[in-house]
Ligand binder design. Sequence first.
Ligand code: AQP
Length: 333
Amino acid sequence: MKKKIFSGVQPTGNLHLGNYLGAIKNFVSLNNDDKNECIFCVVDLHAITVSQDPAILRENIRETVATFIASGIDPKKSIIFNQSQVSAHSEAAWILSCIARMGWLNRMTQFKEKAGKDKEKASVGLYSYPILMASDILLYDSTHVPVGNDQKQHLELCRDIAQKFNNDFKVEDFFKIPEPLIQKEFSRIMSLKDGSKKMSKSELSDLSRINLTDEEDQIMNKIKKAKTDSLPIPSNVKELNSRPEARNLIGIYSSLTNSTLENALGNFSGKNFSEFKENLSEILIDKITPISNDIKKLLKDKSYLDKTLEDGCEKANKIASKKVKKIHDIIGF
Ligand code: AQP
């Protein structure tokens, strides 16, 4: 049995190292394994849960496709498409919003974080976002969903919705119950300015993240200015627990070099951060600049990116519209 993989990225600009190490890097290895059928979605319906400039959104959709391809996802092997062009997503989201319970949604921590203190002014879409995410996943009978750690709770909600639908309508196994694929280590990359906040596209300070389109000098400058503390690099992992910024930088190093935290510490223990930062910058430049150059090249060929989406949408639509038709039959439309 092939694994059916589904995941999405919002086209909200500034795709960063957290998106890469937490999600896209994993997408690439799943794409490269012939035992998997992969679908990678540019989730533009999710992006409009906060306000977007239409012209910038259109460009960000293309930039997200370019980032997928530049990172190593092959559109001939995997389906790449944008959510808004397959209407089954919006339709299934309405139906599943009649299955999901208010109490379940009220527990979602991401809504609380994103809506902040003024939740009365947040869009209804931001609140019900996890139901749309469940529709995205369930429409394709996905068995596995590679996401960063921050999406774990949403995936649990998706499983609850699928189970309730199957039970309510006595259609055992109609919706497959998907498994999260979350990397055990470094699944949450933190801000370069504050080790307690996740690296994020919407953070105002550009110095808080490494963008996948950053140039060499920007990467060097951001790592140089990244927050650390005045102590030298410790010799054991336990000591990192009370030093979030140091843990984050060493975690990024380990993730990029596919080594353990212990090995990374072994190379630098007792040294000061300036030497470590020089090494980290070099590794980041080696990894990010080829991706950054390819994104820029691909962005010049809009018709190729649009055609990639068009082909992907056609394939996704075939699968999703069949599933929606079955949902209609089950619920009595
Ligand atoms: N800091 C992170 N560390 C690890 N993984 C992360 N992801 C996001 N930030 C980190 C993972 O990237 C995938 C795509 O995320 P998204 O674009 O759909 O939305 P997000 O999680 O809301 O990303 P941001 O950067 O925080 O965007 P804004 O600021 O717009 O809200 C997901 O699998 C996510 O887990």
